[in-house]
Design a protein around this ligand. Sequence first.
Ligand code: SF4
Length: 239
Amino acid sequence: MNELTPTFTLDGKTVPFEPGQTILQAAMDAGHYLPYLCYHPDLKPHGSCKVCSVKIGQQMVSSCTTAAQQGLVVESDTHQLKEERRIVIQMLFVEGNHFCPSCEKSGNCQLQAIAYDMQMRSPHYPQFFPNRSVDASHPDFLLDTNRCILCSLCVRASRDIDGKNVFGLSGRGINTRLTVNAASGKLGDTDFSADDKAAHVCPVGAILPKRKGFIVPIGQRTYDDKPISQFTALERKGN
Ligand code: SF4
């Protein structure tokens, strides 16, 4: 960093950035942790999950979609923001069906890892127990929408990188659902494949490869070793 490098502050610490970077990108590059679920470094940010929210003055903004600017004073490590994020995570747990002990993604799941990192011990709110589909029609992948948090990463990856539009979101509000682009509504009737970027971006256990279950034992998975907040930007690439 030289004296011409633009900077902002995050919780009082100076963060340098390159023009065009968002607050989240610059913060991660400088070694600071901000939680997120709907962001992926290879995809255009969406700003929908609100987990990466920070405060600038009196305004709450998504750090993944807000451009870094010289002299910004950004807050993240405040009681209010931690509570807001905790509520978002708790709501995600109750509006789907997340049974971590029986999920193959356990230990590799970002939702679970963020909840642990927040010291969340219960979802607090009553469970919705929605009626969601499990689609095992594809030869190589299981699609379990019980665990889908509607982050749209698979939608964006399939559309913007794979050029396939395999996935979409339909409905509004609490009725929003992940859909598959086939008349039958079955993943097995699409051209989805293991080479697709969309096959590798799901932050939870909604899109899972078949015949890989428990190859890596519980206890030896990504977030079993250390909390997600201690991962570097490079380590978090795709995680
Ligand atoms: S299936 Fe996974 S990647 Fe796709 S919207 Fe749901 S949680 Fe996000």
